[in-house]
Design a binder for this molecule. Sequence first.
Ligand SMILES: C[S@@+](CC[C@H](N)C(=O)[O-])C[C@H]1O[C@@H](n2cnc3c(N)ncnc32)[C@H](O)[C@@H]1O
Length: 237
Amino acid sequence: MITDKILSAYEQMAERYNQLIDHKPHNAYYDRPNTLALLPDVAGKVILDAACGPGKYAEILLDRGAAVTGFDLSPTMIKLAQERNPARGSFFVHNLATPFTMFADASFDIVLCALALHYLPDWTLTIQEFRRVLRPGGILVISIEHPFFEYNYFNSSAYFDVEHVRCVWKGFGQPVEVNSYRRPLGECITPLTNNGFYIDQLVEPRPVPEFEKLDPKHFHELNHFPAFLCIRAVKRE
Ligand SMILES: C[S@@+](CC[C@H](N)C(=O)[O-])C[C@H]1O[C@@H](n2cnc3c(N)ncnc32)[C@H](O)[C@@H]1O
């Protein structure tokens, strides 16, 4: 099953991913600053970090005074998130594609889901669960791989399909095959707008200056073509 392959890949990469996450250019100087910029002041807010990885976002949000609950498919990622955030936050294993039965309705002010939705073939249940656990007017912030980037990167010839794709990541220790799903732009928007959200910000991010010192080649590329897309959506009444 594809989910098992995704889990296995992240289990293999988790320790190295955690070691690199503070300063890995695509995360630290491209995704995170642009995604965090979509959040309001989080002090005192109750936040769900869905697919939290090793808890770097959670660390930042906890430092800013939020109460954070995080979950992830990978047990090793959860162990690392707990070690990164000792005695604060709450982290446990859960699959984004299954109902969030552990959470009551309207129990979060904000849901964050960074760089993970492309691991799901169908977003519908997940977006419905994000909506259910958000309070009225609550905010969902997601970052995803940009559909135009993926279309090129995976040499697709079927733009409108949701396609199972795979590639090999070499930046986290031994090369690891990573399976995911590429989808057209419409399939990134309609699961939100058809399931009780309106989109109030959509950002095609640019890398921040620190990126250039560490990786000038990709800094140049990302200033000419986006790899990620960041979206803020608000729960409709
Ligand atoms: C690229 S990492 C991003 C981690 C974190 N959100 C961040 O930005 O630092 C993707 C994460 O999604 C998790 N993931 C993949 N499929 C998942 C699923 N079905 N349910 C929960 N987590 C999943 C992986 O284990 C991994 O930790």
